[in-house]
Structures are given as structure tokens and as C-alpha cells.
Design a binder for this molecule. Structure first.
Ligand code: PMP
Length: 399
């Protein structure tokens, strides 16, 4: 590489490290689950989005293996060329039924679903309103679309209303929010948002990456939880890589919406379709939502157990009722020190730092799963108690 370029990269990396924001990957050498082997150490995993424990479920592996034998591993092309298999098609129909929408369209990742949908639906002169804590893919989709981009205070319906009222009538208006906010775990006030959107002729889009499989009686996600039909919530994005334990994502909505995305969403058109074996595993996962409903119940009891225990210990819980249960630490270096001390004691919890979250709001992002036992959650609480005591006594070193 050109020397000046190389020097600029090195300087950028050094700055990241000095700000305590350097990110490193750890290597997992076992199947996902409540306990994993990471960098040669066995630990209890509290940082996965595999909320139902489906990722290592034998039914998913079996479905994927059978599909690999029948369809091969790769899809071979994009959906519009020759990559759209009967497994993809059946999965789309099952996802539409699960979310109560006329149709669903698969994307290879959630990032691509959000990017492709927003940029296909809006153009210069339109408006997009986004919650400040939205996932990066919703933000990037809004920026890419060229629409007038406005962010409003987190979950603040009144602030959004002021912005909607101020924008003139020309142009489409899209309001996009996370259903469950990925770093805070709280749920968007979707009932109020649907009413507001109806009053201002705006279209609501919800990213339900963290709600699908987890929220709702049947695991149908936030649309089921809030009982929102397609007219109220026209654009629903759901993820397959979290609660459902496989990979990929979809957008669900009306016939016209889905056909528009097929024709115009560039991240749908110009990319290889997800492997059919992943679609088959996702179908097996949807079947488990009905046949193993106990997973959602157990998950909810783990969430309650953790929150109750953390409250007793005076830990800095945030206002979340979902499997995402962050502890607000504040300083990035301190959050890293906590995460390191937990890892030394066999507990894996990631420290989330800026720019993923706002400066001064670094946190431990604890996630609970139906695969956790009560003993594992109790172990997490007792280790957190030890580490926070160590911190209070000045025994936890951080810059
Ligand atoms: N939306 C939200 C709210 C997310 O948390 C994520 C994943 N971190 C995505 C979208 C992107 O999904 P995927 O990982 O499938 O690209």
C-alpha cells in the first residue's frame, strides 16, 4: 500500500486505541449455546442474540443438513437470476403467516434489508424520521436514500410529532424505529407511533430484529405483541439471526410493498440469495416457536430472575423487559475492565462502547437466553456482585 496511506491508517488505529475504543474479536471453537469455548477458555455466554437457544438446536441442524443434500450449499445466484429455491419460497410464506402480513421478502442480512428497503422507498425531497437510538442499518438506509433525514429523541413521541408537523406536505414521510432497541433493550411505543403516523400521513417502518421469536404469544414479534395490522404498521423488518437462531432477514408487508422491493431494492437484486439450507433451518426454527413454546416462558423467567437479583445487588439496570439487560457503566475503560474481570471468572459479557452507544454511556450488554439455566443466571449475579465490590474497593484497574 502507498506509504502515506499506510501511515494515515496507523494513526487512525492508534487514536482508536488511545480512546479505549479499539475492538477485538475473540474466536469461538464450540457450538453456540449457554456455554462456549472462547480463546481456549470455557465460559458461560451472556452476549449472544440467540435468545431462544435455537442456534444449536438439532432440528435446525437436521433441516439444514437435509437441505444441503438436496439443494447444495450455496444458492448459486441472486433471487432474480436462479437463486430462488422452493425453500426460500416456503420460508417467505411462513414468515408472512407468522407476522400476519400478506407477503414477506427474504434478504441475506438485516443490514441489507434496512438499507435496501429505505433507499428503494424514498428519494430526494422525501422525509425520513428516525429515533436517535436506531440501529446503524436504519440510519445508513436513511442517509443512502437521499431523503431529508431527521432524528428525534429516543422514544419521544411528542418530539417526533413536532418534527412531523413542521415538515411540509410535499414528499413521502417515513418514520423508522427499532421495535426493541438493540443496546438498551427497551421497546418502542408502537401504538402511539401508529396513531401519530396516521395523523400525519406518514408510513411506519419497524425493525424487529430483536423482537421476532421473543415477543408475542406465538413469537410473532412486536406486530403480534402490539396487535398491529399491515395498515397500521406497513413496513415490518424481521431478523432470522437472533431469536430464530439462523441467519438473514425479511421485510413483510403488502403486495405492492414487496413487489416494489423486488423491483427496486438494490441490496435484494444485486446479491446472492441466502443458502437454501439456511432457509430450511429458519423454517425448522419457526416450527419450534409453536412446538417448544416453553422456551419463551423460560426466557421470561430468566429475565425476571436476573432483574430481581440485580436490583437486590444495586446494579445499574436499565429500563428493559426484554432479553437485552444492559448494565450502565458509563466510562468506556471501566466497562472494558468489568468485561475483562467477568471473563477471568468464566462469564462472557461484551462491553459496548462509543460510537455504538453515546459517549459516557458505555455498558455491559448482558443478554439472556432460553438456553440458560437458573444456576447459570445465579452464577452471573454472584460474579457481578464480586466484580462490583472489587470496583468499589478500587481493585479494578482501568485507564
Ligand atoms: N437491526 C438491528 C436492530 C440489529 O440489532 C441488527 C444486528 N445487530 C441488524 C438490524 C442487522 O441484522 P443482521 O445481523 O442480520 O445484518
Amino acid at each position: 500500500m502507498v506509504a502515506s496511506f499506510e501511515r494515515a491508517l496507523a494513526a487512525g488505529l492508534q487514536q482508536r486505541a488511545e480512546q479505549q475504543l479499539y475492538r477485538r474479536r475473540l474466536t469461538v471453537t464450540s457450538a453456540p449455546g449457554a456455554e462456549v469455548d472462547v480463546d481456549g477458555r470455557r465460559c458461560i455466554n451472556f452476549c449472544s442474540n440467540d435468545y431462544l437457544g435455537h442456534a444449536s438446536h438439532p432440528k435446525l441442524a437436521e433441516a439444514a443438513t437435509l437441505a444441503a443434500k438436496r439443494f447444495g450449499v450455496g444458492s448459486g445466484a441472486s433471487h432474480l437470476v436462479c437463486g430462488h429455491s422452493s425453500e426460500h419460497h416456503a420460508l417467505e410464506e411462513e414468515l408472512a403467516a407468522l407476522t400476519g402480513r400478506p407477503r414477506a421478502l427474504l434478504f441475506s442480512t438485516g443490514y441489507m434489508a434496512n438499507l435496501g428497503a429505505i433507499s428503494a422507498l424514498l428519494t430526494k425531497g422525501d422525509f425520513v424520521f428516525e429515533d436517535k437510538l436506531n440501529h446503524a442499518s436504519l440510519i445508513d438506509g436513511g442517509l443512502l436514500s437521499g431523503a431529508r433525514f431527521q432524528r428525534f429523541l429516543h422514544n419521544d413521541v411528542a418530539a417526533l410529532e413536532r418534527r412531523l408537523a413542521r415538515s411540509d406536505d410535499e414528499g413521502r414521510k417515513l418514520v423508522a424505529v427499532d421495535g426493541v432497541f438493540s443496546m438498551d433493550g427497551d421497546i418502542a411505543p408502537l401504538t402511539e407511533l401508529t396513531e401519530l403516523c396516521a395523523r400525519h400521513d406518514a408510513c411506519l417502518m419497524v425493525d424487529d430484529a430483536h423482537g421476532l421469536g421473543v415477543l408475542g404469544e406465538r413469537g410473532g414479534g412486536c406486530a403480534e405483541h402490539f396487535e398491529l395490522n399491515t395498515a397500521q404498521l406497513p413496513i415490518l423488518m424481521g431478523g432470522l439471526g437472533k431469536g430464530l437462531g439462523s441467519s438473514g432477514a425479511f421485510i413483510a408487508g403488502s403486495e405492492a410493498l414487496i413487489e416494489t422491493l423486488v423491483q427496486f431494492a438494490r441490496s435484494y437484486i444485486y446479491t446472492t440469495a441466502m443458502p437454501p439450507m439456511v432457509a430450511a433451518a429458519s423454517r425448522a426454527s419457526i416450527a419450534l416457536l409453536a412446538s417448544e413454546a416453553w422456551r419463551r416462558q423460560h426466557l421470561n423467567s430468566m429475565i425476571e430472575r436476573f432483574r430481581h437479583g440485580a436490583e437486590q445487588l444495586g446494579l445499574p439496570l436499565m429500563a428493559s423487559s426484554t432479553p437485552i439487560q444492559p448494565l450502565l457503566i458509563g466510562d468506556a475503560g471501566r466497562a472494558m475492565a468489568y468485561s475483562g474481570a467477568l471473563m477471568e471468572r468464566g462469564i462472557w459479557v461484551g462491553a459496548i462502547r462509543p460510537p455504538t452507544v453515546a459517549a459516557g454511556s458505555a455498558r455491559l450488554r448482558i443478554t439472556l437466553s432460553a438456553s440458560h439455566s437458573t444456576e447459570q443466571v445465579d452464577r452471573l449475579l454472584s460474579v457481578l456482585a464480586d466484580v462490583s465490590l472489587l470496583d468499589r474497593r478500587g481493585g479494578l484497574s482501568y485507564d
